[in-house]
Design a protein around this ligand. Structure first.
Ligand code: GAP
Length: 461
């Protein structure tokens, strides 16, 4: 399959089948916002639940948090985000398109390094290399200007003294400001982690690429508090766990790689960062990040808040500021890479014996939006099929589909990645049996309705 078509095929399948739609579309949309439809919501929740179980519930050294999105603005001053969370933008003077200066240069000049360059240097590079606007072809850009990625809003009406607050740009600060309270209330000893899943907001300029880079997105991340001497071992350990997670959710083998950040590129808080990248149709792109944040955040919060956030080690009687390893996972990017990994086309024969292309989303079974679909062969069988649905739906998220020919319904369920279809036919009324059809093998198996639940449980184990 031509990889350049793949994004188009996936975004149109997502819209057609109720996964993901452009945000506020009836008003012409709002660039870089997306709404998750019924199936997109299911699969996103499945990913989130799987992540929470994998990294939090199945471990004794991890606890959860759900901090407020709005925080005291002093948090973002102390964290360095107000001063340092910046990108440089340029506008095409002719067609008014806006670009991130580093992305514009990297896309045009693959051998040029832009990390750490000032706006003046970025402007020079654009001018010296006579870069053209990708949209209209003009060679007429504004100078690069730095802007802050934090979204601002204000508390209180205009009549009152409005105070500026920020929508959180990352989850991490919630974990840092609550570190001491959580450590004491949960009686946690180092090393331990605090995890959170939630929305973050960044005033991004983006080139599109569907849900890859958006203004609001869901993050899953944790801060793992350690003794500073152990940071290198901890870093390797968590990198390994991140690989295990990628394998667990079925990301395509050979499509991920590690990229070490150069010194110039490191975030203001990091001493070492690696990205786990994924090979998308639009190049190798960051999927996840792993950073050694040292004691940067806790130290700054101690200094700016005046609170003692140090850890007392009862074994050594030492008091010190813990260091932090931070694995971070974009949920929307995980979903995008899962869609890219799962999309497949194969050839089948229609009922009339003609060759057809079948689109099938080969989601890992545990992540599929519907696990099972019940399909009555005729409307006259709906009542019996509803009985079957009632029997299995408390145990599996189960669709009930009565529209169109059975062939069309199988194709629809393949396109949304349903692992098993259960067909109710006229023989069912006589022999109390149904047919289970397997999405991947396309095999069909006749089973007693009484045994159906047990047989399906076996297939998911
Ligand atoms: N607390 C660290 C942190 O936020 P980051 O590399 O800026 O690190 C973490 O972001 C992850 O969030 C990225 O690896 C990526 O998966 C995701 N991400 C970042 N910006 C995004 C955006 N604008 N849209 C969608 N996902 C984004």
């Amino acid at each position: 399959m031509d990889s350049s078509d793949l994004m188009q095929k996936i975004s149109s399948l997502c819209k057609r089948r109720g996964f993901i739609f452009p945000g506020s579309e009836i008003y012409g949309g709002l660039a870089n916002t997306w709404d998750y439809g019924p199936l997109g919501t299911e699969i996103k929740k499945n990913l989130e639940r799987a992540w929470w179980k994998f990294f939090v519930q199945d471990r004794l050294d991890m606890v959860g948090l759900d901090a407020a999105i709005l925080m005291n603005p002093k948090v973002w001053e102390a964290s360095g985000h107000v001063a340092n969370f910046n990108d440089a933008q340029v506008d095409c003077k002719q067609c008014k398109s806006r670009y991130r200066a580093d992305h514009l240069i990297e896309d045009a000049l693959s051998n040029v390094k832009v990390e750490g360059l000032s706006p003046v240097d970025l402007t020079k590079l654009i001018q010296e290399n006579k870069l053209k606007c990708p949209k209209c072809g003009a060679q007429n850009f504004t100078e690069a200007r730095v802007f802050n990625l934090l979204f601002q809003t204000s508390i209180g009406s205009l009549e009152e003294a409005a105070s500026t607050v920020y929508l959180r740009g990352e989850l991490a600060q919630g974990m840092f400001v609550n570190f001491k309270t959580i450590q004491e209330s949960m009686r946690k000893k180092l090393p331990f982690g605090i995890a959170q899943v939630g929305k973050c907001f960044r005033n991004e300029i983006t080139p599109g690429n569907f849900i890859f880079r958006t203004l609001e997105f869901d993050l899953m991340e944790f801060e793992y508090f350690i003794h500073p001497e152990t940071w290198e071992d901890q870093f390797e350990y968590w990198l390994n766990q991140m690989h295990k997670w990628a394998e667990f959710i079925g990301l395509k083998q050979g499509k991920t790689r590690i990229r070490e950040h150069t010194k110039d590129e490191l975030s203001h808080y990091s001493k070492r960062t690696v990205d786990i990248e994924f090979e998308t149709p639009f190049g190798w792109k960051e999927l996840y990040g792993l950073a050694y944040r040292t004691d940067f955040d806790l130290k700054n919060h101690i200094e700016k808040s005046g609170e003692d956030l140090q850890y007392f080690d009862p074994v050594t009687n030492q008091k010190f500021i813990p260091h932090v390893i931070e694995p971070t996972f974009g949920l929307n990017r995980t979903l995008l890479m899962l869609l890219l990994s799962s999309y497949d086309e194969d050839e089948t024969e229609s009922a009339k014996g003609e060759k057809e292309t079948r689109v099938v989303m080969r989601f890992p079974k545990h992540l599929a939006p519907y696990k099972v679909a019940v399909l009555p062969l005729s409307n006259k069988l709906n009542e019996k099929a509803e009985e079957v649905w009632k029997q299995i739906s408390p145990h599996f998220v189960t669709d009930f589909d009565v529209t169109g020919s059975i062939g069309k319904r199988y194709r629809r369920q393949d396109e949304i990645g349903t692992p098993y279809c259960v067909t109710v036919d006229f023989d069912t009324l006589k022999d109390q049996q149904v047919t289970i059809r397997d999405r991947d093998q396309m095999t069909q198996e006749r089973v007693d309705i009484e045994e159906l639940r047990k047989v399906l449980v076996g297939k998911f184990n």
